[in-house]
Write a protein that binds this ligand. Structure first.
Ligand code: 0A1
Ligand code: ZN
Length: 868
């Protein structure tokens, strides 16, 4: 299959400055009429190439003369002979939205029509130069039967709307030139929640959220989140909204989270619909974050867009960073940061350790949809965060202002972004740029603290990145390190010297750029032999690396109690838990008391802060523990983790039980104090549920809960109760919520992650559930995705049955929706971390997939790379 390479980029031989579309909607015969204004770029006599897939061509005219017989049409597009330098091209084609189950291009979501064009979906609507550096002004006329389609929406501002002979007809004009991937239309009947927003400069913007009929009350939170995001972007980045209307449409069939189409965002309903009865605290958090993410794209993505798809992180890494900043401002900054760090450790490190490892700016792509990854998005955001740390808040903002000034209305590259940042600082960023081209997770090794007679302590640093697919030789990267050196009583030592390879940016921030280097701190004022000194290097997880540092339990205890940085304090306990799991794995579960006494001390110190306590009491997930080891037997690891949790619960039973409270009397609200209380209850029950006498509390919590967060905490904990209790509560839950697909997805997910012996029969039964549907990505992800990603013992079953089950399913799903199939195959291609026996079983299934006739490009790329 064809590989595209970043370095092969050439500017487009033709540009298209305006597009007029006339779309007559019909389930199987939608007629698309397109008039393009095309100009040749430079001097050449190549024909015009237009991308097009799955289209039925009717006719082509150049400036009114019919050339249908002269064009050459293939499976991927058409070649148009042309001699003029500027001309109008008129194309008519047909498409069939009702049979489009891949959900790219124009498709039907329930009764509504909607589009998804990123990355390369526009070519499934009409012939076009479907690449992000061709920016055009669009005017779109839609028509559909008045009955059933009272709302006809497109990008920009509505310029005309009427009804003729039972047909509704609407025309929209978007004055901002945009790439085809930001094109969108929607047609259907909805409930609308509306409000307005007055921008900082006093312009009035109409805001509208369109949802399925009957769901209006679930859309108000999203609308308010949008208003908060608009204000935040003005206050923090000086960015105002630019059209007169901002529309969001929520649909039930969507491959991803949401899409930032200009002025007309389309959302997976999971990230819009939220009310007090059906949404968890996490759902509210996610709705706000995704609404903000798509809104922030209006500047980072839409006004300034990507030159080519290899530059995807230009808009995604930056926009994720901006939405993370926003979420931290709207909720608990520490919890927000820790959940991002967990995504890195559980999923991005896993990607980096697999054959799909790629730099945040990839070099080679077969199917672009495979590169909407945790690397491009989340590691991309960490790279922006490092720039933010290096430049500091003010200079970073200056760099952003320069970026917008230089590139508004243009399609640019990651290099252009770093150039703008460079213009705002005297710190040399040339070495930093390597983060864009080198893949893999660097390991930072921190040596022992060495005390010298002369009143100094010295620490050695080194970095190393293992070879990854296609990159055998690795180079040192620029690691901004937030450092601290202090004694057990919290006395801070001043940095006195840094060797070559280190640039000191401030008292606590250095840039480490070489393979190894040394730091020296002044210890005159302290007495090291009696006052132990510790050193930490990664405050706030200041670089996306793994740290190797041999700490004793008592040193970790000092970090957990006295480090100036909350991430470090939390992480010290995480590594103690990690050590505890390792001891259990080695059969030493009787030898954990030294660890537990540290945990006790730390939680006593923080007993007043529910958010923090909840984080401190969260034992690392199996997924993140896997990334700490090699040659992993996943079943043994999962059992060792469970054993460790059980021992921890026994040892801290009194403390944990004392903190465990039933929900307070106040009615549910998504506000931070209550969120902290529920989060703590969740963390406590995740441990206490390992003890049989917690069953009664769990059942009681399920009965009294007035909100989805506590209800799910109870159900989650009940996964470890006796199976009768779990079955009874799940049955009750289904009775209550069978009419609500989004809530039912949580139920599918709970079943799929249940550690039960006959999980595969359960999955088979659930696939026949009246609410399950292979063509609905949310249902598929809830059931099969949850199983493959999070049911360690079922998926990794010793006999390979879990792998085979998922593979059989993916073979079928690939024919319906290759994009979703390629996402769910992820855990299977990440075999590198496991022991030989598991690796073999995983590869056997991957080979079966690879031999499957007609495999999609999506699956082919991931599976073939993983077997290469
Ligand atoms: N740009 C969107 C994500 C997105 C990407 C691809 C899609 O379909 C293939 C859909 C959405 C975002 O970052 O939110
Ligand atoms: Zn995005």
């Amino acid at each position: 299959m064809k590989v595209k390479r970043r370095l092969d980029y050439t500017p487009p031989p033709f540009t298209i400055s305006s597009v007029e579309l006339n779309i007559k909607l019909h389930p199987t015969h939608t007629r698309v009429e397109s008039t393009l204004t095309v100009s040749r770029q430079g001097v050449h006599n190549e024909p015009l190439w237009l991308d097009g897939e799955g289209l039925n061509l009717v006719s082509v005219k150049v400036d009114d003369s019919d050339i249908t017989a002269q064009v050459q049409v293939s499976e991927t597009g058409m070649s148009v002979p042309c001699t003029q330098d500027t001309f109008k091209l008129h194309i008519v084609n047909h498409i069939s939205p009702s049979t489009n189950k891949a959900l790219e291009g124009l498709y039907q979501a329930g009764n509504a029509y909607c589009t998804q064009c990123e990355a390369e979906g526009f070519r499934r609507i009409t012939y076009f130069t479907d690449r992000p550096d061709v920016l055009a002004v669009y005017t779109v006329t839609l028509s559909a039967p008045e009955e059933g389609y009272p709302f006809l929406l497109a990008n920009g501002n509505k310029v005309n709307e009427r009804t003729e002979n039972g047909e509704r007809i609407a025309t929209w004009h978007d004055p901002f030139p945009k790439p085809s991937y930001l094109f969108a239309i929607v047609a259907g009947d909805f409930d609308v929640v509306e409000d307005n927003y007055v921008t900082a400069s006093g312009r009035d913007v109409k805001l509208a959220v369109y949802v399925d009929k009957g769901y209006a009350s679930r859309a108000t939170f999203a609308l308010q989140a949008l208003q908060r995001a608009m204000r935040w972007d003005e206050e923090n980045y000086g960015r105002e909204y630019d059209l007169d209307v901002y529309m969001i449409v929520a649909v039930d069939f969507f491959n991803m989270g949401a899409m930032e189409n200009k002025g007309l965002n389309v959302f997976n309903s999971k990230y819009i619909l939220a009310d007090n009865a059906t949404a968890t605290d996490k759902d509210f958090f996610n709705v706000e974050a995704v609404v903000a993410h798509e809104y922030f794209h209006n500047w980072t993505g839409n006004r300034v867009t990507c030159r080519d798809w290899f530059q995807l992180s230009l808009k995604e890494g930056l926009t994720v960073f901006r939405d993370q900043q926003f979420s931290a401002d709207m909720s608990s900054p520490l919890s927000t940061r820790l959940s991002q760090i967990n995504i890195m450790r559980e999923h991005q490190f896993a990607e980096d350790a697999s054959a799909m490892s790629h730099p945040i700016r990839p070099d080679e792509v077969i199917e672009m949809n495979n590169f909407y990854t945790v690397t491009v998005y989340d590691k991309g955001a960490e790279v922006i965060r490092m720039l933010h740390a290096i430049l500091g808040k003010e200079r970073f903002r200056q760099g952003m202002d320069t970026y917008f000034e230089r590139h508004d209305g243009k399609a640019v590259t990651c290099d252009d972004f770093v150039d703008a940042m460079q213009s705002a600082t005297t710190t040399d960023l040339s070495h930093f740029r390597r983060w864009y081209s080198q893949s893999g997770t660097p390991v930072l090794s921190v040596g022992k603290v060495v005390n010298s007679e002369s009143g100094e302590v010295t620490i050695s640093l080194s970095q190393h990145t293992k070879p990854t697919a296609g990159q055998p030789d690795k180079h040192p990267l620029t690691l901004p390190l937030r450092i601290a050196c202090y004694t057990s009583t919290g006395k801070v030592l001043a940095l006195s010297k840094a060797s070559e390879g280190i640039k000191v940016l401030s008292d606590d921030l250095i840039m480490f750029e070489s393979e190894c280097a040394e730091l020296t701190f002044n210890s005159h004022d302290i007495n090291p032999p009696t006052e132990p000194v510790v050193f930490t290097a990664l405050g706030d997880f200041s670089a996306p690396v793994k740290v190797e540092q041999s700490f004793s339990v008592s040193e970790r205890s000092i970090v957990a109690m006295a480090d100036p940085d909350p991430f470090n304090r939390w992480d010290a306990l995480q590594s103690l838990y990690n050590e505890g799991v390792l001891r259990c794995q080695a059969g030493e579960s009787a030898n954990l008391n030294d660890l537990f006494s540290v945990v006790k001390e730390v939680i006593t110190l923080h007993s007043h802060d529910a958010h923090l306590l909840a984080e401190l009491l969260s034992v690392p997930s199996v997924e993140s523990l896997i990334q700490q080891q090699d040659d992993v037997d996943p079943i043994k690891l999962s059992q060792a983790r469970a054993e460790f949790c059980r021992c921890l619960a026994i040892s801290l039973n009194a403390e944990l039980t004392a903190m465990l409270q039933a929900p307070s009397a106040s009615t549910y609200a998504y506000e931070q104090e209550q969120v902290g209380e529920r989060k703590l209850r969740h963390a406590l029950l995740m441990l206490l549920s390992y003890l049989p006498d917690t069953n009664a509390f769990i059942e009681k919590l399920y009965q009294v809960s007035d909100n989805m967060t506590d209800t799910l905490t109870a159900l989650n904990a009940a996964q470890r109760c006796n199976s009768q209790t779990f079955i009874a509560l799940m049955h009750d839950f289904e009775q209550k919520w069978h009419g609500d697909s989004l809530v039912l997805d949580k139920w599918f997910g709970l079943h799929a992650t249940q550690p039960s012996r006959d999980i595969l029969s359960t999955l088979t039964l659930l696939k026949q559930h009246p609410k399950f549907a292979d063509d609905n990505p949310n249902r598929v992800r809830a059931l099969i995705g949850s199983f493959a990603f999070y049911n360690t013992e079922g998926f990794h079953a010793k006999d390979g049955s879990g792998y085979k089950y998922v593979t059989d399913y993916l073979m079928e799903l690939d024919k319906v929706n290759p994009q979703v199939a390629a996402r769910i195959v992820t855990p299977l291609i990440q075999w590198q971390k496991f022991d030989q026996a598991h690796q073999q079983l995983m590869k056997t299934q991957l080979s079966r997939l690879l031999n499957e006739p007609g495999l999609s490009k999506d699956l082919f790329e991931k599976v073939s790379k993983s077997l290469a």
